[in-house]
Design a protein around this ligand. Structure first.
Ligand SMILES: [Zn+2]
Ligand SMILES: [Zn+2]
Length: 506
């Protein structure tokens, strides 16, 4: 059983409901990277699975943009220090292209998820607070301050100080949260700010001041929305971490059965040792993945087991990921020995539903083709090449191959090791009379209308008796290297006429 189905089952077993709620969220304090994306993807797969079992569900994504701006990350001008302590929704966009700092970082991942065909209902905490949505929760938290303290202190070395309250307050004058708060009962608090301002407010009426602190806000939100599923990363799952305290607070303060909430492991780029973080500046974005991976393949990567650290390759292992995806697809369509788990995995990661299995051109084959076939000829070439193998490519197949070739081009240009790079070079080569005769014979063959396979056999017949050096010479002449793919395939990729020209000029 795929893990997404397993969690969906656990969710449904919580009891009958009109809509099951799957929740995800993040503080938009910097670039949302491929590690953060694992949460969105995990929630998404479970959401899909709930829907598949015939139940109704909602997938909420909440931006914690009412959280304070606590640190200026790398890449943001230092002068932004002056906004520290304000809610992220009130900090301006450093690049001036969005309404706020928060929106700037939200917009990229929203676009990226859209490309992966993932579109949760996005909500903004600042707007929700602004509408007074959480006033009841604020009141409950304040009334039960002592009980919350007791629960949190269970895991703390230093108990929380006297006068601690489970909420913060943004000053109405300076906008920052360097405030001291006193609960006055009901819906009222008073605060004094380090800027000198002080006020007494009813937080049902003045809604842009009070926010609930994270460890209490999380379970408060589960209770408010009736959240049934929310996975989270390792950083929340340490003993006594925000998940543990969230579970206790959910039950004992808000009387809510906490959601099903597995932990997922980190994601790294292959070869990367350190944890990704915006402050270290060593992050990768989903956009970077999409440069070399098709959207469905990105989804495929994220559908792996949650307790496994994922290492996403940008090196030659890219081939393996694509091969695994293609294989999974063939299994789904019954073209390879069946495997129920992989079939289900494909169902979860596919974006389009094809009637028959797309006829794929492998990533590795395209690595050769994009380097030797002219771009304008690529579609025709692929069509012809596959036909010779007895495979009729239809319009969709060819489109998919061309889409893939774009990812391949990016990979070759930016990440491929030198060993797979091919250049059609006019390099000078030493050539013997015997070899020259051999090339002439090959040129004659090229003028005939033989298939690639026939050509391969015929060329082989000429080259073999002349020895290894002659093989190497041909590759040297064509791609400037001593070896390469099957000669006839290479010749056809380059074009027979171009090869004849090249041989003539030697
Ligand atoms: Zn912007
Ligand atoms: Zn102030």
């Amino acid at each position: 059983m795929h893990w997404a189905d397993n969690f969906a089952k656990q969710v449904i077993e919580r009891g009958a409901k009109e809509d099951y709620i799957v929740e995800s969220g993040i503080t938009p304090s910097g670039v949302v990277h491929i590690g953060n994306a694992r949460e969105i993807m995990t929630q998404y797969f479970v959401y899909q699975s709930i829907l598949k079992s015939g139940k109704s569900a909602k997938f909420l994504y909440i931006w914690d943009d009412f959280d304070r701006f606590r640190k200026v990350p790398k890449g943001v001008p230092e002068e932004f220090e002056k906004y520290l302590g304000m809610p992220l929704s009130a900090v301006p966009d450093p690049w001036g292209c969005h309404n706020s700092y928060a929106e700037h970082f939200e917009s990229l991942i929203i676009q990226e998820m859209k490309q992966l065909n993932i579109e949760p209902v996005y909500l903004r905490a600042a707007e929700l607070y602004g509408k007074g949505t959480f006033a009841e929760n604020i009141k409950i938290a304040l009334e039960k301050t002592e009980k919350i303290k007791e629960l949190l202190n269970k895991f703390r070395k230093e108990p929380l100080a006297d006068g601690w309250v489970p909420v913060g307050a943004y000053c109405e004058k300076c906008g920052k949260d360097f405030t001291k708060i006193e609960y006055l009962g009901g819906y009222k608090i008073s605060y004094t700010c380090s800027c000198g301002n002080e006020n007494e407010i009813d937080f049902r009426e003045v809604t842009n001041v009070v926010n609930i602190k994270w460890r209490v806000d999380w379970p408060a939100r589960w209770a408010y929305y009736g959240v049934d599923f929310e996975s989270s990363g390792k950083d929340h799952k340490s003993k006594g971490g925000s998940w543990d305290t969230g579970v206790l607070i959910s039950k004992e303060i808000f009387g809510y059965n906490p959601p099903v909430g597995p932990m997922y492991e980190f994601i790294h780029l292959k070869g990367q040792k350190e944890k990704m973080s915006s402050s270290k500046g060593n992050i990768a974005t989903v956009s970077q993945l999409l440069e070399i991976y098709e959207p469905e393949v990105v989804r495929f990567i994220y559908a792996q087991r949650l307790n496994k650290t994922i290492f996403i390759p940008f090196d030659l292992d890219v081939y393996n990921i694509y091969n695994e995806f293609d294989k999974c697809e063939r299994i789904y369509f019954g073209l390879e020995e069946t495997d129920e788990d992989l079939k289900r995995k494909y169902e979860l990661v596919r974006i389009k539903e094809y009637k028959t299995c797309p006829k794929r051109v492998s990533f590795s084959e395209l690595v050769l083709l994009v380097q030797v076939v002219q771009k304008s000829e690529l579609k025709n070439y692929i069509s012809k090449m596959m036909k010779e193998r007895g495979i009729e490519m239809d319009g969709i197949d060819l489109e998919l191959a061309i889409e893939r070739s774009k990812k391949v081009e990016n990979w070759v240009e930016k990440y491929a090791p030198e060993t797979v790079k091919i250049q059609l070079v006019d390099n000078k080569v030493e050539i013997t009379e015997d070899q020259r005769e051999g090339l002439k014979e090959i040129m004659e063959l090229l003028k005939k209308n033989s298939s690639t396979d026939e050509l391969q056999q015929q060329i082989f017949g000429i080259v073999k008796p002349k020895g290894k050096e002659f093989f190497q010479l041909i590759y040297q002449v064509l791609i400037g290297r001593k070896q390469g793919p099957r000669i006839a395939m290479l010749v056809d990729a380059i074009g027979r006429e171009r090869v004849i020209e090249r041989f003539k000029n030697l």
